[in-house]
Design a binder for this molecule. Structure first.
Ligand code: MTE
Length: 315
């Protein structure tokens, strides 16, 4: 992302000084009173491993058969700026983040706007394991066994109005519980969005787990989006609001640096990031760089949604 270093270029080239200084400010803020307060609030202590097992998880035809990244990579190397900007920060700083009670607000152009308790909200849906490639815009990738359900199933049940053309997702906004939000790295809360046909595509899921267990906090508990043909930043974490709208949502990274991050964010080896190439990637756990595939290898299922669009302009 904006302030991360892709493996192939020097740090000094990718990090504007102002952001680097803000990052230092973050470290000062988040490792001081914030963390101490979070620890004090959590008498039950850390849940380092052994998250609750998710029952009745079906296999999916959409899963890749490539080797999985190990649990340590998937849950220990994360981007979740609400909990810090280093890859190890989310695991450490989200340890005591509480995700119950948790409400989800559904609003906008939909039959019945309402607020739901998370457990009732996800109960109607059959859980599937979806083993997907995750390609981060920074140039690394992983293979992750998500557990979730099709976003299309949820949307059909919610009955958006015909005038709804986009779905917007918003992360929790609570700087007490998410210390990274005390630092203006992004405009908080984190916002993401999809066009309605993208949201209805069978590959788009809402994830509640990983490796057969409930999502660890650092991966976006209790509910996060996974859209495998797009760069990882579309996969918004810890969602509290889903809004149906007729206007293209303004997303966090687009607001932060519009010439670098667009609304579509489809994985595209032919369109470079202004500061680095997107032609190759490094799979976590490997040394070699491999070629990045168009739409992250999911072209067969998604390319038709973009026919006739200029993907250089709509990046
Ligand atoms: N969601 C929120 N709310 N905040 C974030 O900083 N980072 C994004 C995305 N979702 C982010 C977020 C980025 S850049 C990536 S690559 C993925 O989460 C990483 O997901 P993972 O840590 O579960 O692998």
């Amino acid at each position: 992302m904006l302030i991360r270093k892709p493996a192939d270029i020097p740090y000094s080239e990718v990090t504007p000084k102002s952001l680097y200084l803000r990052r230092r400010e973050f470290i000062r803020t988040a490792t001081g009173p914030a963390v101490a307060a979070a620890e004090a609030l959590s008498p039950t202590g850390a849940r380092a491993q052994g998250r609750p097992k998710l029952p009745h998880v079906r296999k999916s035809q959409f899963s890749t058969t490539e080797p999985l990244n190990d649990y340590g990579d998937v849950t220990g190397y994360n981007n979740f700026y609400e909990f810090g900007t280093d890859k190890e920060d989310p695991k450490a700083n989200a340890r005591h983040f509480t995700t119950r009670p948790w409400s989800i607000r559904v609003e906008g152009l939909v039959k019945a706007p309402a607020t739901y308790d998370i457990d009732g909200f996800i109960k109607p849906y059959a859980l599937e394991e979806r083993i997907y490639r995750l390609r981060c815009v920074e140039g690394w990738s992983m293979v992750v066994p998500w557990v979730g359900f099709p976003l299309a199933d949820l949307i059909k049940r919610l009955e958006p109005r015909p005038s709804a053309k986009f779905v917007e997702f918003t992360t929790l906004h609570d700087a007490q519980r998410m210390p990274g939000q005390r630092v203006p790295i992004l405009q908080w809360p984190y916002v993401e969005g999809l066009r309605m046909d993208e949201a209805m595509n069978p590959l788009s899921i809402l994830a509640v787990g990983v490796y057969g267990e409930a999502l660890p906090n650092q991966n976006g508990a209790p509910l996060r989006l996974v859209v495998p043909w797009k760069y990882g930043f579309k996969g918004i974490k810890s969602i509290v609001r889903i809004r149906f709208t007729d206007r293209q949502p303004r997303t966090s990274w687009e607001i932060a640096t519009p010439h670098e991050y667009g609304f579509y964010a489809n994985v595209n080896p032919n369109v470079d990031h202004p500061r680095w190439s997107q032609a190759t990637e490094r799979r976590l756990g490997e040394f070699r760089r491999r070629k990045t595939e168009m739409f992250n290898g999911y072209g067969q299922q998604v390319a038709s949604m973009y026919s006739g669009m200029d993907l250089r302009k709509n990046f």
